[in-house]
Write a protein that binds this ligand. Structure first.
Ligand code: SF4
Length: 888
């Protein structure tokens, strides 16, 4: 088969992929060598996309409750309930909750249907959780949500500041590009992040600010540049509006040296922190939590390298002051005139593959459509363009407020598409209550069983990544085609098509008569003429008349060009706006003295409904870890590898403890990925408060008051099984392996072995003194179906060997029950390089053999020579090995 050029399903880098169908639901994946986002590179998630395309767990038919129904019946039910809800409670009782996983064409139709025809402004998206603060910062500073940078700028920068971004894990292809720039031109890399992530470990300088210390730091940097005479006065005069009192405000010690300042390890934190804690006699306070020496090093670098990119991501956005952080970053670039030129600018990186496309069409509650707002003129133009009978009059509810309105009964009809808010929203317990109270929940989904789908009245089978056709826009405003590779399974349909069908049932067939994604795209592109009329830069009108064939062949292109703001900003004055933003005061809750941070794992995506299907990707981290500084672990009596309960005011969850000095004192870190369908602990959404940024409405996922305590199970164990299970245990975490699933278990009281194991003939050994039990179950053909290892006080066997036996021809029953091979076998240690199956011990052996760099270890072992996602880890392992055993 000829490869199909398409776009990766996951992050906002938007890598081009060449996908080749190799069999039924089997697709070979390679990087698209000519796509400007990646030039052939893919990270681990993209590389192993092919492992996630099976039909296991897919929703294949429309369902009302647990009953499979026809599309006619399902669409009739959706339309009937919608009509009735609007008739009884008004249009504002309806809400759509969308996703950055949708294609632009899906987003466009959802926005048009809700805001133009149903008359509800409540259209929001999980992108609210991801980059809404950056959008708000762009709007405030530039007058429009325009990212002023391109990936090419990363190649041409001399200094790259990474703010709140674990780029090496979350945007790995960008990280590789940055590393290549460093090799080619000596680009300096600075990471500003409370944690010493793998990205920070690979940087030239790590600035371990306190959580939410960013504004204090960037204000102080701008003030320092002013003191040094480094400002671009010409740019400020010609291109910027600077409000009166701006310079005094940012230089004021309360702004410049305030929070996040207090050392979080202080034993008795005050209830409310002093915004100028612990100033030195010279008046040099803590600058966002770092000392003045480190600050001076950073300031020297900023002064020395005019070609400077500040790349910021969720660590900056997901905060009670995320918008102000974005503006503090933009202020620095405007003040230095470092924008709209090669290698310089503030660069917001989006998390999701099409968060940007959703922003463009207006899929956020605070936008109308196509970068337009709610002025009379804008509304009139949109109403006429859509021929809309019920155009909304103002903004709708942002995500957190939307679920509050569902909870208190103001919203009675919710349509969720391609996202899992029962896990991913903050205070997810509250969100589940809201879903349970909502009279109608419709879920358009790829998977039959998600935490949210469990609460749906109607489930509609949507197309998945390999089947969808349309466009996506990446972080650098580049629109790329996503092309269908596989036929739609079962009765699955495109999201835009489902909504057009519902619109037709509501009597709007003529306005939603789109025959194809190309048709939808053309209408959207034509609509951007309205944006241009209202002084915006978003302009796709050149593609508004493309034919179906041209749409099919469409090459990636960047709207706005390389420097979209070079001539003018989209503000009334045409100038960029400097905003005096203040460092926040942080309240410390003595009941929850730790500051909980959340984020991603390198090889997982969101709630793991797709990446969790890949045996390869599951190898990197199989369990939800709470990362704790050694001092905090000692205080709480936590041992590395034991279990701990993390509690916040909203709820509690159990995690595996990882003690690491990469974590700051007084701070803990947990992953965002785990759900009720794959774990009995580690569900982070239930810990997160409902606090949001007052401007953007983005939830503050990165700084939640929390505490941690040891959880001491009475028994521990693991199950290797062909079928996924939902065990009754205090703690469990399930991950994919070749041919089945691996489930870690721990609990209190008696173990209900029968509930854990499938039916079938059993072989078992037991040592009741140690509470040890090992039970194997054979299936119909005599093949191993499941094997369970339990203990109350002993050690458990090595999972790696057992998982390998399970995947291939299983070892002898005696060996399996013993938990080890009769003859010792070479153990390569935990897998580091997924692509070539290279383990930690092989890396250490290569280092001991004289390979001291990532390149040398790659040459010796092949590790890190394919997708490259493991290279930061390789660097860390090399460093650790050399520390222990220096090469002479
Ligand atoms: Fe996909 Fe990885 Fe590229 Fe992101 S960096 S688009 S996850 S291949």
């Amino acid at each position: 088969m000829k490869p199909v050029r398409t776009t990766c399903a996951y992050c906002g880098v938007g890598c081009g992929i060449e996908a080749t169908v190799t069999g039924p639901r089997a697709v070979g994946i390679a990087g698209d060598k000519v796509h400007p986002a990646n030039y052939g590179s893919l990270c681990s998630k993209g590389t192993w996309l092919g492992e996630t395309l099976g039909l296991e767990g897919r929703l294949l038919h429309p369902m009302i409750g647990e009953q499979q129904v026809s599309w006619d019946r399902a669409l009739g039910e959706v339309a009937g309930r919608l009509r009735q809800t609007v008739a009884e409670h008004g249009p504002e009782s309806v809400a759509f909750y969308l996703s950055g996983q949708l294609l632009t064409e899906d987003y466009y139709i959802a926005n048009k249907l809700a805001k133009g025809f149903i008359g509800s402004p409540h259209v929001d998206t999980n992108s609210r959780l991801c980059m809404a603060s950056a959008v708000a910062a762009h709007n405030r500073a530039f007058g429009e949500d325009v990212v002023p940078c391109s990936y090419d700028d990363l190649d041409e920068a001399d200094l790259i500041l990474l703010v709140g971004s674990n780029t090496a894990w979350c945007h790995p292809v960008i990280w590789q590009r940055i590393e290549r720039a460093r090799e080619a031109r000596g680009t300096k890399i600075v990471v500003i992040d409370p944690r010493r992530t793998e990205t920070a470990a690979g940087a030239d300088l790590h600035i371990p600010i306190a959580p939410d210390g960013d504004i204090a730091l960037f204000n102080a940097l701008l003030a320092a540049m002013q003191t040094r005479g480094a400002l671009d006065e010409g740019y400020l005069a010609d291109r910027c509006d600077v409000p009166a009192g701006f310079w005094e405000a940012i230089a004021h010690p309360l702004q410049g040296r305030g929070w996040g300042g207090v050392c979080p390890s202080e034993s008795t934190p005050p209830k409310t922190t002093d915004p100028t804690p612990n100033p030195s006699p010279e008046g040099e306070g803590l600058l966002g939590g770092i000392d003045s020496e480190l600050f001076a090093r950073l300031a020297d670098m900023v002064a020395a390298y005019p070609r400077m990119i500040t790349l910021f991501s969720q660590g900056s956005n997901q905060s009670v002051c995320g918008t102000d952080k974005g503006n503090a970053i933009i202020n620095l670039h405007l003040g230095l005139g470092r924008i709209n030129q090669p290698g310089a600018g503030p660069f917001s990186i989006t998390g999701q593959p099409n968060a940007m496309g959703g922003r463009e069409v207006g899929g956020l509650a605070n936008m109308l459509a196509c970068h337009l707002g709610f002025s009379d003129g804008e509304r009139a133009d949109v109403a006429q363009f859509w021929q809309a009978p019920a155009l909304v009059t103002g903004p709708g509810l942002k995500a957190v407020d939307m679920f509050r309105a569902i909870h208190d009964g103001r919203i009675k009809f919710l349509w969720v598409m391609a996202t899992n808010p029962a896990v991913s929203m903050p205070d997810a317990g509250f969100v589940r209550e809201a879903l349970a109270r909502c009279p109608t929940v419709v879920v358009s989904e790829v998977m039959a069983d998600t935490d949210t789908a469990r609460q749906a009245h109607i489930r509609l089978p949507a197309l998945g990544w390999a089947e969808k056709d349309g466009t996506v826009t990446n972080s650098e405003r580049r629109i790329s085609r996503q092309r269908g590779i596989l036929a739609a399974p079962g009765e699955a349909r495109a999201d835009w098509q489902i909504m057009c069908d519902v619109a037709a049932q509501l009597g709007y067939g003529a306005e939603f008569s789109h025959a194809s994604p190309a048709d939808v795209y053309r209408e959207y592109a034509a609509m951007t003429a309205l944006a241009v009329r209202h002084g915006k830069i978003l302009d796709l009108t050149a593609t508004a008349a493309i034919s179906d064939d041209e749409f099919e062949e469409m090459e990636p292109f960047q709207w706005g060009g390389r420097f979209p703001l070079a001539e003018r900003y989209s503000t009334p004055s045409g100038k960029a706006q400097m905003l005096a933003v203040a460092a926040p005061q942080i309240e410390v809750n003595p009941d929850y003295p730790l500051r909980l941070n959340t984020g991603r794992y390198r090889d997982q995506w969101h709630t793991m409904t797709r990446t969790g299907l890949s045996p390869k990707l599951s190898q990197h981290r199989r369990e939800p870890l709470v990362e704790v500084h050694p001092d905090d672990a000692e205080k709480a009596g936590l041992a590395d590898g034991a279990l701990a309960t993390v509690s916040a005011a909203q709820g509690a969850s159990i995690y595996r403890v990882c003690v690491t000095s990469d974590q700051g004192r007084g701070q803990i870190f947990v992953p965002m990925h785990f759900t009720d369908t794959n774990s009995g602990g580690g569900r982070t959404g239930r810990l997160i408060h409902q606090k949001t940024d007052p401007v953007s409405g983005q939830p503050a996922f990165k700084d939640v008051p929390a505490k941690v305590a040891a959880f001491s199970p009475e028994w521990r164990g693991f199950l290797v099984s062909r079928q996924a299970t939902v065990p009754q245990a205090s703690y469990w975490a399930q991950s994919r392996i070749e041919g089945g699933w691996l489930t870690e278990l721990a609990g209190l009281g008696a173990v209900d072995v029968d509930a854990l194991l499938p039916d079938g003939p059993r072989s078992q050994v037991a040592d009741l003194g140690k509470g040890m039990q090992r039970i194997a179950v054979n299936g119909e053909q005599g093949a191993l179906d499941a094997i369970l290892y339990l203990t109350r006080s002993g050690t458990l066997p090595d999972r790696g060997w057992i998982v390998r036996q399970f995947a291939g021809a299983a070892g002898s029953m005696v060996e399996l029950l013993a938990g080890r091979p009769a003859q010792p076998q070479e153990d390569h240690g935990a897998v580091v390089c997924l692509c070539h199956d290279i383990g930690e011990r092989q890396i250490a052996a290569a280092v001991r053999g004289g390979s001291c760099t990532v390149a040398e270890v790659g040459e010796c072992t092949r590790a890190g020579t394919n997708c490259g996602s493991c290279r930061p880890l390789l660097a860390k392992l090399i460093e650790q090995t050399l520390e222990l055993e220096p090469v002479q």
